[in-house]
Design a protein. Sequence first.
Length: 658
Amino acid sequence: MNYSKLVELYEKLENTPSRLDKVSLISDFLTEADDEDIRMSILLLQGKVFPRWSEKEIGLASKTAAKIISSMSGISDREVMKEFSETGDLGLVAEKFIGRKTQTVLFSKKLSLEKVFENFRRLAETGGTGSSDRKAKLISELISSASPKEAKFIIRTISEDLRIGVAEGVVRDSIASAWFSDVEWLTNPAKRDRIIETLKSADKKKIIFDKEAREAISAKNWLSLEELEKRNKVIVEDLKKFNEEKLWKKESGIDFIITNDDSIGNELSKKITDYIEWAWFLSPDYSEVALLARNKGISGLKEAKVKLGRPVQVLLADKAPSLREAIEEYGKPAIEVKYDGMRLQIHKDGEKVWLYTRRMENVTKMFPDIVEMVEKHVKAKTCVIEGENLGIDSKSGKPIPFQRLSQRIHRKYDIQRLAEEIPVQVNVFDILYLDDEMLFDKPFRERRNLLVKIVREEKGKFQLAEELVTENLEEAQKFYQKALEMGQEGVMVKNLDAVYQPGKRVAGGWLKVKPIMETLDLVITGAVWGTGKRAGWFGSFLLSCVDSEGNLKECGMMGTGIKEKKANKNDFTFKELTDMIKDDIISEKENAVSVKPNVILEVAYEEIQKSTNYDSGYALRFPRLVRVRSDRSPDDCDTTERIKSLFDAQRGRKEEAK
Ligand code: AMP
């Protein structure tokens, strides 16, 4: 396939705000492509050439990309950067300037999708000394045969800023729409209008109605059934007994399934997305899931398998209002310490070990000490287990704040030294795969027994998460208190009968119980301009409290809880916050500004940490906007003392955090 075909799709997607229309554009594109093109396009539509969990990334600094544009177009670096600062989009800059050049030189050879994909892959794999020249060469090679529009998207891809509004959910739905029947129900007027319009022009399609849907159409005269039947194959069937395998268009040939019962419609269409998601949860790469969907249908998706070395999406926890309610919910649950570290998914295949974070980042190289522990302490040929990786103070043996442990993530150098400085302890709590068998359907009590069998504990280093199985609230409360005194976050209450559902919060699975953090009122004292979709607005805000003398003291940077668009009355948008502070700017340096302290925000957060980055001495972890307090002035702001006392109250962790 020519790259221009994908670029045509990119262009349409960029100009199509509707999610449904995006899905239909992508699914039309997919149905016309072959396996290889599908594999590449699905990744490229997400601006990638490797799946999400891969360590390899295309990303090139904007300066490097700008240099390439300059050398390929003969336009000066300065002019390219000027245009960039005006548009905030290097792709547009490339389109404009490369366009000028190509009018004279003209792209001689058509760019194939394969060539673009191949060069992007090589780009992501190129590192070490002299790599910038080699990278520039790979891009220049593409640009020299690219049309202006192609250049725009090549540059946007390498800048990791595609701007076509295709999130993972859109890809999932496009796969559903490409290879599975379109399930529609007539009870929702908006949906009904859309499907009736589609049916009016349907030709040579296979359409299944349930009796009620057919009757409703006929009674309401929404369309002429006679006409429809003349042009298409229409069948009336009881959808309550519908065989799910027939949802696969390729084998059943069914284009539309139309019901008058929204619960049936919902159930059938949810089945399709659930099976697609299931395959994706087990091996998160939509380019492979698409091929399964295309070539094997529902049964192929159902039989998707864990692949050792590739992360599985993790099971998530729900919040419980209290320990009592959590215990009442499950009867006699397992209560485990909720360690405050980072989740690790550990894959073992013989001698090979992989470590993934909850967000599917491969951290194997950063934790050689854990790889060694797994080799020593896990007695299984193949397995996938999960645990919480906790940083430990090498002197006191006590847990250290997550913030210090996180220095070991993303570390490229001095890995060994850091492993000695910040030793870790792994607390394993679940098993998903053992000796070539997936364990998702096994209840937690059985999974925990298997875990006990294969883990040779070394206390303080590689151990099973501490647990107590009880229905007694008093005992549970003592355990919870102990967990907090240990400096941990709280407890996880786990239903012993629950299965492991990758990527989801299972109703009746895990409930977390931890102390509630009180919100803080803080004042905005600075901000950083946003990029990409947030260009033109401030994208994050510097927050300050006051000390006992009334001086402002910084305590965090917040970019969460603020909306791009206003969906609710109570939402605050980036634009609104930007407008509130932009007349208060005192000074500006690069992309950051300082502002007069006028706007007070109520801020929630996950935790307070000690910090040398902010002059209050504290940093809020994951701060998020609750609301703007226009009723308050900077004098009403929370104080460093209050932050300190909240910090002290938090898990009795005074000593370790010094
Ligand atoms: P949260 O991030 O607050 O939703 O809590 C869920 C996280 O707690 C998991 O993703 C784990 O990283 C962490 N965690 C710590 N200890 C445990 C445990 N014993 N069982 C399950 N998750 C745990």
